[in-house]
Design a protein around this ligand. Structure first.
Ligand code: PLP
Length: 388
């Protein structure tokens, strides 16, 4: 990466791990055979996928044949929701703080959206009422989707508690979790047993873009999204991205090994980052305060900066080679405040000053200190010119 860049946008995408790049390289110019072929060259590629599947299963806490490789996290989320509705009929349900890869699919099938609390956690009472109402009008619930870690504010959801409500109120429904933001912070083995479906995306943990996983526990649970050659045991057709799958597995394996140490290291850096900004500037709130009784991931700092608009702030940060974002990457650039902050009840005016800073495996103290200096200077400059 360009040494001048201060990268504080790991929730949008992480730099690839050198080991993952090394692991994938032989599958471009060397072992380029189609893994579905019958010759021994093809079998080498297929073996690499099988080995990757074993690694993913170990880290995700499932069986290898429950791992389906997909083209990205969005595809995994889409397959979980659309595939459940296609196979089971009935109503899809999700939380209002979901990534659009879930929320827009649930909305497109006229599903139900359940509110969240001021910290972005699913409102379990409202979930219970929503499921009861669907069942009472004689309909079935096909899938309930609740994200493990929120991509904007970093809140961790108690998936076990959400799953308990679903099992009690709608026992035939599938439970899906979008765990795309989870692997760097949470042990997936503690989440997977509570769900039927779990989505991952390699580029959020040091792997490449364009490869993901859908864990389907207990065999095929949902209809495939992509049909054709019947790869992935008919669950996801399309020639495998062998290099991407190999790199995903290597990145996930290392993420799992380093998780505890990284969590500790990055929590300290995150606190230093937030304190550095809040101590220097008035009218900046940590959206989920450090002392709130809510679990949030170590790499996530979300601030609402009074008197500035995110767009203008991000522009100045960009000019100074500091990478950050306002809402999710897909929404940045839009003037509408984030749907997550709106669902949390954050005042629109406050939400317009949202700043998401996210740390990860390459973040150093020098990044954090430079980030503080640049952000403080940019806010002061904007406040000197703009509204206060
Ligand atoms: N779900 C969450 C929570 C995310 O943060 C993202 C990416 O921003 C996605 C899904 C989509 O993943 P992908 O970029 O692999 O399509």
């Amino acid at each position: 990466m360009d040494a001048a860049i201060t990268y504080l946008d790991h929730a949008a995408s992480t730099p690839m791990r050198a080991e993952a790049i090394e692991a994938m390289t032989p599958f471009y110019a060397g072992v380029y055979a189609n893994p579905s072929g019958s010759h021994r060259f093809a079998r080498r590629a297929r073996r690499a996928i099988d080995e990757a599947r074993d690694v993913v299963a170990d880290v995700a806490g499932c069986r290898p044949n429950e791992v389906v490789f997909t083209g990205c996290g969005t595809e995994s989320d889409n397959m979980a929701i659309s595939g459940a509705v296609e196979r089971l009929g009935g109503v899809a349900v999700c939380s209002a703080a979901e990534h659009h890869a879930v929320l827009h699919v649930v909305e497109s099938v006229h599903g139900a959206v359940v509110g969240v609390d001021a910290y972005g956690r699913l409102d379990l009472d409202e979930l219970e009422r929503t499921l009861a109402a669907i069942v009472a009008r004689g309909e079935q619930v096909s899938v309930v989707s609740v994200m493990a870690v929120n991509n904007e504010v970093g809140t961790v959801t108690d998936i076990a508690a959400a799953a308990r409500v679903v099992r009690r109120m709608a026992p035939d429904a599938l439970v899906h979790t979008d765990a795309v933001q989870a692997p760097c912070w949470l042990d997936l083995r503690e989440i997977t047993p509570h769900v039927d479906l779990l989505s991952l995306s390699a580029h959020k943990f040091g792997g490449p873009k364009g490869v993901g996983v859908l864990v389907e526990r207990g065999g095929p649970r949902v209809a495939p999204l992509i049909i054709g050659g019947g790869q992935e045991r008919e669950r996801r057709s399309g020639t495998h991205n062998v290099a991407g799958i190999v790199a995903l597995a290597e990145a996930l394996r290392l993420t799992d090994i380093e998780r505890d140490a990284e969590r500790e290291r990055l929590a300290e850096l995150r606190d230093r980052l937030v304190a550095g900004i809040v101590d220097e500037l008035d009218d900046v709130i940590e959206t989920i305060p450090a002392d709130a009784a809510v679990e949030k991931v170590a790499g996530s700092a979300h601030l609402c900066v009074g008197g500035v608009e995110s767009e203008a702030l991000l522009y100045l940060l960009d000019e100074a080679d500091v990478c950050a974002s306002a809402a999710s990457a897909c929404a940045s650039g839009a003037m509408e405040p984030s749907h997550v902050l709106a669902a949390m009840g954050v005042d629109r005016e406050v939400a317009l000053g949202a700043l998401r800073l996210s740390l990860g495996h390459t973040t150093t103290q020098a990044d954090v200190d430079r980030g503080v200096d640049v952000i403080v200077a940019a806010v002061q400059r904007l406040r000197g010119h703009g509204r206060r």
